[in-house]
Design a protein around this ligand. Sequence first.
Ligand SMILES: *[C@@H]1O[C@H](CO)[C@@H](O)[C@H](O)[C@H]1NC(C)=O
Ligand SMILES: *[C@@H]1O[C@H](CO)[C@@H](O)[C@H](O)[C@H]1NC(C)=O
Ligand SMILES: *[C@@H]1O[C@H](CO)[C@@H](O)[C@H](O)[C@H]1NC(C)=O
Length: 659
Amino acid sequence: MGLLANQFAKTTAMALQLRRRCCGTPRRVVITSIWVTTAVLLMGYLAGDDLAGDMSFVIRWANTTDQACLHPVLKVWPKSMKAHYAKVPWPLRCASAGPNWVFVVNGTFRISAQARMSHGRITCVYTPLLRLPDDVTVVEGAKLSDMRDGWPITSDFFKANCRASDGSVRDHLISGIAYKDQVHKRRPAPGQPDPAALPLNVLMFGFDSTSHMSWMRMLPRTHRYFTEALGGVVLDAYNIVGDGTPQALLPILTGLNEMELPEARRGHSGANRVDGHPWVWKRFREAGYATQWGEDGAEYGTFQYRMLGFKEQPVDHYMRPFYLEAERQYNRHYPYCLGSLPRHLNMLNWVRQFFDMYPHMPKFSLLFHSELSHDGLNDLQLADKDTEAFLRAMNASGYLDNTLLILMADHGARFSSARQSVQGKFEERMPYMGFRFPACFERKYSEVMRNLRTNVHRLTTPYDIHATFLDILKYDSSVNQGDIRQRGISLLKEIPRERTCVDAGIDAHWCVCLAWEAVSTDDTNVKAAANAIVRLINELTGIKRHLCRSLALDYVTSAVRYSPSDRILRYRGSKDDDGRIADLSGSMSVTNVLYQLMLVMSPGGGVFEATVKHDVNRNQFSANVKEISRINTYGQQPHCVADELPHLRQFCYCRSQIQ
Ligand SMILES: *[C@@H]1O[C@H](CO)[C@@H](O)[C@H](O)[C@H]1NC(C)=O
Ligand SMILES: *[C@@H]1O[C@H](CO)[C@@H](O)[C@H](O)[C@H]1NC(C)=O
Ligand SMILES: *[C@@H]1O[C@H](CO)[C@@H](O)[C@H](O)[C@H]1NC(C)=O
């Protein structure tokens, strides 16, 4: 018994050790020997008084008990979220505009044959749209009065005002990828690419304000194709590091947060434009990559709204000028349409065109779409089929065969209504972040894929995405373990299980790891929780009471309590426009708490680990058979029911024992 008790004490102390453990010490943790899949479940919380309805959510079995950060595993459709969602009309009405006459194929201006059949000869005036070096001005270049089918476009963005011989007219605003000699002729900088670089394109596509769960709710086809058909993995404990889009994209693209970067905010003394930031696309360009970046919502540009934006065009193909012009004329189009094209599809097409233009060059592409998801949760479902079809087409063209595909979001919904439950608070902090490597890569770099899959459950952040990019540019195969001292750790390395929010640079009010504390085994609630476990076990064996003895609690070995951190519950929002100062005046209270107990029962000395939910308002303790594990051997103790009722083996101590 002493030996066992000793082992259990070690187990409970494990979480503590994890926090104290220094980097470099052996990582195999004691617990693996008596590893138990501990059920972590049923943390229902009731939020503040401004809420109605069922605000509970479930934390499912999480294989995270052997790591420092125990994160919640959220339900996709908890009751508290259903109220915020509705089906939206599909399809969009773009087709009512009649098919566009003009489109672009690999840098070539095309007039559709169908339009010519319907309207006769078509003549188009081509007006290039050009960026001035200030990120806000778009000017018209020299017009070409008779742009012919098959001619090369001279600018990525242009207007095409067309007239047909039957008298009808049609205006277009088009985005394409124009042939750029200097990009095709680009050679890597001296010494680049690094001989250890991984031969991968990077294709990153994001939707604004979309939590991991919201993505699964609103983009189920895309999620299914990405995870099931393509084998992509989505990080389960990906945690934001600040409020708003810049606090996601700056760490991803520079490895630094806004406070660590040179002052670039409008109206602040000494502020400069953001050109000098250490953008990762500069590194990719040096390594010989063609680069692409764009986002819609030009008025609220991530680096332009509060910040001064770019003077020089930051990447080879930069979509901002297109949106500056397009958004001015949205009122002339059906909702979410640009002529006959849905606007999200136009953006996806632009990615596709970038891949078409540079089949033999390495490519870095980041597009970020906000219009459908920034102001409400529901409209994003309008993009599901098209996004899935886009991925299918990219795969079918072979473009994914040498591309790291990343589907992502910056943070979850920030609308007050969605944020007002504990589920909503967690969702805000846990955006979608999915990675998919090509199948051949998976065969060649199996250790990378193993690490990535392990990291699905580990605490990860936007800084890690940046570190992953650097690892792609210079892959160090000699190191398999991430260094806990580094704030950003490449996802190609194993993220240490000891990692906490402090290590990862996550402030307490953003940290999704559940707060835990050891509780005295004499605590009244612990005793009540233990009784709930005993009661349940005896209920289970009750049907065979003539064979199995009723068990009694011998003693509780250890108890730990889990709940959301106090700072998450109190976090209301940012006090300032820059999202730097947290307002912690909220008062959402936890009404359900989780106890994890280890206890010994008699007769038979059965040792169990179990999780019990405490509903604080009703003062009810509930255990669930799925969350009770016997962690010592039962040998012949249940021989009288073992064959007939195998599920009772761990609980039944037979009246007649075999000597
Ligand atoms: C948890 O880990 C066990 C053992 O490694 C595995 O069999 C099980 O499928 C895992 N469960 C989840 C939900 O990942
Ligand atoms: C597109 O055009 C570029 C430049 O002429 C060429 O190198 C590339 O092969 C073309 N792509 C396709 C898919 O035909
Ligand atoms: C990807 O494309 C290849 C080649 O066209 C095809 O064989 C494969 O089935 C596709 N995979 C998926 C998941 O669509």
